[in-house]
Design a protein around this ligand. Structure first.
Ligand code: ZN
Ligand code: ZN
Length: 310
């Protein structure tokens, strides 16, 4: 299971209800902060997540509504020394801007007591953990080097407890070995092959995050079959010309992408103050029924074939 907590869901400028873009993806002890618009550190505190282990920051692109919060956040991290090191991963132009913000202003003249590493993103796997990967892919927007992120569990063959029961396999390490694909010999001398207790190969749970985007045709392959797709919906079709001009999407385009890519649930964010939430929802829902317009502090659990708001 992956979880995503929305910390800020507004486009360009904050509103009374919505902070600027930021979200945290969680899996077990792993946490990834995606973007950090102005005000993100307070949103983290308000959400109850706290700063612990929030040491991997992924940046979709370098627009100010996605990065300005890094100034305050890193300043606090450095003063409190809550972690030993911080990794900031983003496209080259985003990282250039972030370095200017951090080393030209926030940390100017100081030697930070926390190790800050910048990872220049290219398409491909960024992190490979025990049972999932995080992959970056290119996104077209109004600025160069924009990236989206796929969080995906490894495919696996599920352990079938009813078969294990029928074979009278006792609880213990044997089950773990079989799940890992290794044959075992039980205390009674019987040899059990993994084939006997494992089901068909299943794709892992997949959560796809796209920040700001100006087109969708190049995103279908990456969003394909995602259990949940997070993407912007800054405009409505009535102002499609503005969406195009500023390299953003309409709710309808986001819905069409979700349909074409066969995703489970669509989570819309980067919501403009010019519309009511229900207008955005309605427009997307007309093409793709399983859709939410995320609000600040919404938390979703992404499981196989379902995405549940908790
Ligand atoms: Zn934006
Ligand atoms: Zn942008």
């Amino acid at each position: 299971m992956f979880e995503i907590v929305f910390l800020g869901t507004s486009a360009s400028a904050p509103s009374v209800q919505r902070g600027l873009t930021s979200q945290v993806v969680l899996r077990g002890e792993h946490r990834f902060l995606i973007d950090a618009g102005e005000g993100t550190q307070r949103q983290i505190l308000k959400s109850g997540l706290g700063f612990k282990r929030l040491d991997r920051i992924l940046i979709t692109h370098g627009h100010l509504d996605h990065i300005l919060g890094l100034g305050g956040l890193i300043s606090t991290f450095v003063r409190w020394e809550t972690m030993d090191k911080i990794l900031i991963a983003g496209g080259k132009s985003a990282l250039d801007r972030i370095r200017d913000l951090l080393f030209g202003v926030v940390l100017k003249g100081k030697y930070p007591p926390v190790e800050i590493t910048f990872q220049d993103l290219e398409s491909g796997v960024i992190f490979e953990e025990d049972d999932f990967t995080v992959t970056a892919f290119p996104v077209y927007h109004r600025t160069p080097d924009c990236f989206g992120f796929v969080f995906e569990e490894f495919s696996r063959r599920p352990f079938l407890p009813e078969k294990a029961k029928a074979l009278k396999i006792p609880p213990g390490a044997w089950r773990g070995e079989l799940v890992n694909g290794n044959p075992v010999t039980l205390p009674d001398g019987r040899r059990i092959d993994p084939e006997m207790v494992l089901g068909e190969m299943q794709a892992g749970i997949k959560l796809v995050h796209v920040g700001d985007a100006g087109r969708t045709d190049n995103l279908v392959e990456f969003a394909q079959g995602a259990d949940a797709l997070v993407i912007e919906a800054t405009y409505l079709e009535t102002e499609k010309d503005l969406a195009e001009q500023f390299g953003h999407l309409t709710a309808n385009q986001a819905g069409e992408l979700a349909k074409e890519a066969g995703v489970g649930t669509l989570l819309l964010t980067h919501i403009s103050r010019r519309y009511r939430e229900d207008q955005v929802l309605e427009e997307a829902r007309a093409v793709f029924p399983e859709v939410y317009v995320a609000r600040d502090f919404d938390r979703f659990q992404v499981k196989r074939g379902e995405c549940v708001k908790v």
